[in-house]
Design a protein around this ligand. Sequence first.
Ligand code: THG
Length: 369
Amino acid sequence: MSNFYIAKSRRLRGTKYTSRVEKQGVTHYTVYNHMLLPAAFGPLDELYHHLKEHVQVWDAAVQRQLEISGKDSAKLVQLMTCRDLSKSKVGRCYYCPIIDDNAGLINDPVVLKLSDTRWWISLSDSDVGLFAKGLAIGRNFDVKISEPDVDIFSVQGPKSFKLMEKVLGPKITQLKFFGFDYFEFGGAKHLIARSGWSKQGGYEVYMEHTEAGLALYDKLFEVGDEFNLKPGCPNLIERIESSLLSYGNDMDLGDNPYECGFDNYINLDNDIEFLGKEALKRIRSEGVKKKLMGVKLDIDNISVTGSMNLYDSKNELIGELRSGSYNPMFKQAIGIAMIKKPYFKQSQEFKVNINGKNVSGKVCDLPFI
Ligand code: THG
């Protein structure tokens, strides 16, 4: 396959870290929220093994913050998500499906409650800001909606705790999963959460004070050798193995949160108001007609660049593969597929055409591990 260059422009922005990651050897970009997201620094499997053992710093600035503030901010945030935020606490992050009136998924952000009247919605790849503005105008809400100048860098991997403790002190190790607090470095306070798009543990620094924040980024690399710190990026192999879903790849507006396994983030038995509540009640009583499942494929190399149809032995379409990669632990390719009812059962066999070859595979439950 040929490689092509990507033309940068104001519309396809870099981030505050772009000049750094380019010096550090980024080899591939993808586009996310109209910005450049590093996708590789050399071979993915090397960084996969490294991520599971050591620590990496990622440019995750494409996870844009949608700030909603003002008297009606809690109402607007709740209107957009089926997760009950009525008992949410300041200093906590919440993984929240955002859905439309048909319960179609618009985004799957992390929501941060900064105060009772100020929220950040840490977006995956879709233009929620426009949707939020439309709702606020239509409902006459007293809110301010903006994209603040916040650029996340993520510190991921089992040694992230020791690395961050060395630079920021022991208080950082007391943060609970999906908690956040403010930590001082370089004369500024930085919002840091214990979160990130890997299951290897770590933190996300929501950089608002650019100079002090970049000094913190650089400091991590200055002292990082003893932890074998490397620059990295969200790792396709690790995120599939860990079953972290990717909006636009694994799910989109044509899927509802039940189909994506978000049952724990759906609260219907209360009197809160959100879009798609009636649709979700209907789906709950009827049951889903398709759902995201894992697949294991008898092939050692796969590149999923679009949906790939899966067929059973009678050539019936049973679903579509949406993401996949070779996995060194399973020693075969694994992936995430939308499987149709009635083919939900574990070990359902299928065939898929990959580069003109018929490859066999089996359906399995998520998460893989
Ligand atoms: N961090 C921040 N913003 C983000 C992401 C992130 N925005 C875009 C994208 N990632 C949103 N998608 C996800 C998907 C999964 C998780 C976070 C964001 C995640 N899930 C945990 C899990 O599945 O185990 C925990 C969810 C929970 O139980 O609350 O972390 O990564 N800032």
